[in-house]
Ligand binder design. Structure first.
Ligand code: 5GP
Ligand code: ZN
Length: 113
């Protein structure tokens, strides 16, 4: 855990979030500034700054499988969705606690900007 990390604070329930999933090693909550009708962030409970520092393949895999489960719950599994992990400056990573974006509920342009 990192004391001053925003997402660690959400894990510790020190700041509020609209949780949609709570598991042993990851949680998911709605993005505060949604870019699509469904915009959920799936994060590990442990503080990992970015994908560059991730080392546990089962944890990284679980982020994707939790996103797929939430997509089913949200009713977008069949229409489609996108999962995105932004890493460092060129991808615009703003919060340095690993998170996977789940976006859906509308048609998503490709390639991303
Ligand atoms: P990044 O750009 O790092 O991939 O994405 C960070 C995401 O976290 C952004 O989509 C942003 O809207 C979201 N975010 C930033 N602060 C908060 C917050 O306090 N609560 C929630 N739920 N989402 C946040
Ligand atoms: Zn953190």
């Amino acid at each position: 855990m990192a004391d001053d990390c925003l997402f660690c604070k959400i894990v510790r329930r020190e700041i509020p979030a609209k949780l949609v999933y709570e598991g042993d090693d990851c949680i998911a909550f709605r993005d505060i500034d949604p870019k699509a009708p469904v915009h959920v962030l799936v994060i590990p409970r442990a503080h990992v700054p970015s994908l560059n520092e991730a080392s546990d393949p089962s944890l990284v895999g679980r982020l994707s499988l939790v996103a797929a489960e939430i997509a089913r719950q949200e009713g977008i599994a069949e229409t489609g969705y996108r999962t995105v992990v932004n890493t460092n400056r060129d991808a615009g990573q703003a919060v340095f606690h690993l998170h996977l974006h789940l976006l859906g509920g509308r048609s998503l342009a490709w390639p991303p900007g």
